[in-house]
Design a protein around this ligand. Structure first.
Ligand code: SAM
Length: 199
């Protein structure tokens, strides 16, 4: 099972400059409470960092950040913004072991083909140190589909997400909050914000 969608990464590669430079909030709204729970020396892995806005904020606050993205072009955009190398890494290539205090995955694991999601979540679990924190957000729905821009989404329900997390690993803590949100396609949707902690 492929853990990435070629058409989706193709979209981000083609659209990278426009996507990275669009006017958006300075950083994701959920970043502040996430960072508030971490030590100032925390080592944070960002998955699917896009143009690098959240990594920029984390670096500004002094965290030890590793930004990554599966799109070569978006990684280049982020690298130019951050002034440091951004690793081109697809989610399924994550093979770190107990290396990070936290993993930040804003609006990116929603592009993982649903059947491959438990494997990616297990990789995140393995990459976290004991007690490590993991945040990811998803557009909700009743199952897989594409938006008008051709991007793949797993569009899970709350139950589907919880099942995928539980199938991946024995998390010490799992919490899902929902809220309204937008997207690059301009369609308002219900979002799931999932925070999980490794034992
Ligand atoms: N996290 C950023 C933000 O909040 O602005 C970007 C979100 S954007 C909706 C989704 C990101 O996931 C893009 O940067 C895209 O290149 C990346 N992505 C999609 N599929 C991926 C994969 N299989 N592996 C790694 N990154 C992927």
């Amino acid at each position: 099972m492929d853990a990435h969608d070629e058409a989706t990464l193709g979209f981000y590669n083609r659209e990278a400059e426009v996507y990275a430079q669009r006017p958006v909030q300075e950083f994701s709204p959920r970043l502040e409470p996430f960072l508030a729970t971490l030590k100032s020396s925390a080592k944070i892995l960002e998955l699917g960092c896009g143009g690098g806005r959240d990594s920029a904020e984390m670096l500004k606050r002094g965290f030890d950040v590793t930004p990554t993205d599966g799109s070569t072009e978006l990684a280049a955009q982020a690298s130019a913004r951050l002034g440091l190398p951004v690793r081109v890494m697809k989610f399924a290539e994550l093979d770190a072991r107990e290396a990070y205090d936290a993993v930040w995955a804003n609006a990116c694991l929603l592009h993982v083909p649903f059947a491959a999601l438990p494997d990616v979540l297990a990789r995140v679990h393995a990459a976290l140190k004991p007690g490590g924190l993991f945040y990811a957000s998803y557009k909700m729905g009743e199952g897989e589909g594409r938006d008008s821009l051709g991007r793949y989404y797993n569009f899970p329900s709350a139950q589907m997400l919880e099942d995928a997390y539980r199938a991946a690993a024995a998390w010490a803590h799992y919490d899902l909050e929902t809220g309204e949100g937008g997207g690059y396609d301009g369609v308002p949707r219900q979002w799931a914000h999932v925070t999980a902690r490794k034992a």
